[in-house]
Design a protein around this ligand. Structure first.
Ligand SMILES: [Zn+2]
Length: 493
């Protein structure tokens, strides 16, 4: 007999300890991460027998009980699969963190080479960094391929037809139908995307879209020219003001810690980590300014506020587990304030708002098409055998994105467990949510305390409801990509 209460408690303790470890290493308090000890302590949560038992119990259960068991089952499955390939994940990770590439006689860390590449205005130099990295990725593909085979095998061991069938059941997301929605989105935005990207790439990197390489596109979207408007010292004041206008007083939130301290080993990228939901949520960052840094800060704040407003009385399954498309939607809602003309006017003094808006909407369109391609590719990857998958990766992405893709990237760009689908759902739902807020509270909903109250109420449910159900709560019949398509087409004429 399974003691569900004990399992729930352990899920919370495990999540909490893992996040604390993440906080300590990424906030620069500790050098070595020791998550394997935590995994060992809670190994019983990721046990095959338990997963089978939970699946059986779920079949018998109805309504809320079925939902909670589904969330638990999905959690155990994901971590179980993670354990199966733990060594191979470590091997591929270490090859990246300790890996070096050689460019013009200079030895560079693998990750640093990426940063240099994105910021390198000279196309030939960028190309060299890119090729050197690709050579390294070629080697990493060894363990990555073995890892993928193992994951696919483990999914079949559970009696599923393939890896996709397992996650369609555990996450209750219809991936092929989502891919189909994105195919329609891709067709509708085809000419505007191709034309705008072609013009921009010609102007900014000197080549048209057909000749452009992945590194050209990364450099173009880095768009350093906008950084001067997004000042380091204005970041936190802009954030506090934005939240205060919605009735959220960051400084008074006792359950939110804002960690801005500079530490030598601190990760420069902002992140959110809930240690206990909702009692202890932390936002860690080291502001350095620039449009990307603003976007990350707003995105992570979306997660922070979502967790901070979760009703403390909710069951653990709804606080910690459930559909991550939900928390990603709230993160996008704040992040995309950067695409709002009125918000920009109020918080960022840009001379060329029009130009910047043109840029951010093209960036968003690019992401959506890239993820549309990604989900189509991942469906193939996770339902077919792996021979020739590198060529399929190239073909699928080039068809949608139009610029060149190397076959070598066919595994390194894949996230586990169809997380791409959750981002896509979040993008779709965020546009619906924003339409709702505009309709109910006006164009400047973010300056309206009532809109803030509405949001904090939605946040209080944690991830009990998935985005399809939340869309219905807002009065829609379900997820609908139209508001997203309309907002993009409106700005990119
Ligand atoms: Zn996120």
């Amino acid at each position: 007999m399974v003691n569900l209460d004990r399992i729930r408690l352990d899920v919370e303790n495990f999540s909490s300890e893992m996040n604390l470890e993440y906080f300590l290493t990424h906030a620069g308090f500790k050098e070595e991460s020791n998550i394997s000890a935590i995994y060992e302590k809670y190994a019983h949560l990721f046990d095959k027998k338990l997963i089978v038992t939970l699946a059986g119990m779920r079949k018998q259960a109805r309504d809320e009980d079925e939902r909670k068991l589904r969330y638990l089952q999905a959690f155990s499955l994901e971590y179980y699969l993670g354990m199966v390939v733990k060594e191979l994940t470590d091997k591929a990770e270490t090859m990246q963190t300790k890996g070096t590439v050689k460019v013009d006689g200079e030895k560079l860390a693998f990750h640093l080479a990426q940063i240099r590449m994105i910021n390198e205005p000279n196309r030939q130099k960028r190309e060299k960094l890119y090729q050197a990295r690709n050579k390294c990725i070629d080697k990493i593909n060894g363990p990555l391929l073995e890892r993928m085979q193992k994951l696919h095998g483990a999914a079949r061991d559970f009696g599923y037809k393939d890896y996709m069938a397992l996650f369609m059941d555990a996450k209750e997301i219809d991936f092929p139908s989502l891919a189909k929605t994105m195919q329609d989105f891709i067709s509708q935005t085809e000419s505007i995307y191709t034309q705008r990207m072609n013009e921009e790439l010609r102007e900014k990197v000197g080549v048209g879209i057909k000749e452009a390489e992945k590194h050209d596109v990364s450099f173009f979207f880095r768009a350093k020219e906008f950084d001067t408007y997004f000042k380091k010292q204005s970041m936190i004041p802009a954030l506090k003001k934005t939240l205060a206008n919605m009735g959220i007083k960051l400084a008074k939130q006792k359950n939110v810690t804002l960690d801005l301290e500079e530490r030598p080993k601190k990760n420069p990228r902002a992140f959110c980590t809930p240690i206990k939901i909702p009692e202890d949520v932390r936002l860690v960052m080291m502001p350095h300014g620039g449009h990307d840094d603003y976007a990350t800060l707003l995105h992570e704040t979306g997660h922070v506020e979502h967790f901070a407003y979760v009703n403390p009385k909710l069951p653990i399954e709804y606080k910690w587990l459930g559909d991550n498309s939900v928390t990603e939607s709230f993160a996008f809602l704040l992040e995309y304030l950067l695409t709002d003309e009125n918000w920009l006017e109020q918080h960022i003094k840009i001379d060329k708002t029009e130009q910047y808006l043109n840029f951010v909407f093209l960036y968003k369109l690019f992401f959506l098409r890239a993820y549309g391609a990604k989900i189509s590719y991942e469906i193939k990857l996770h339902t077919d055998h792996l021979d020739g998958m590198d060529e399929i990766y190239k073909t699928v992405h080039e068809k949608v994105l139009k610029y060149k893709h190397p076959t070598t990237h066919y595994l390194i760009t894949v996230d586990d467990a169809f997380y791409s689908a959750q981002y896509l759902q979040a993008w779709i739902f965020e546009a619906q949510l924003k339409n709702f807020l505009v309709r109910e509270y006006g164009e400047e909903w973010f300056n309206n305390v009532k809109a803030g109250n509405y949001l904090t109420n939605l946040w209080s449910y944690g991830q009990k409801y998935n985005v399809v159900e939340l869309a219905k709560i807002l009065g829609y019949s379900g997820l609908d990509v139209k508001p997203l398509t309309t907002s993009i087409m409106k700005h990119l004429r």
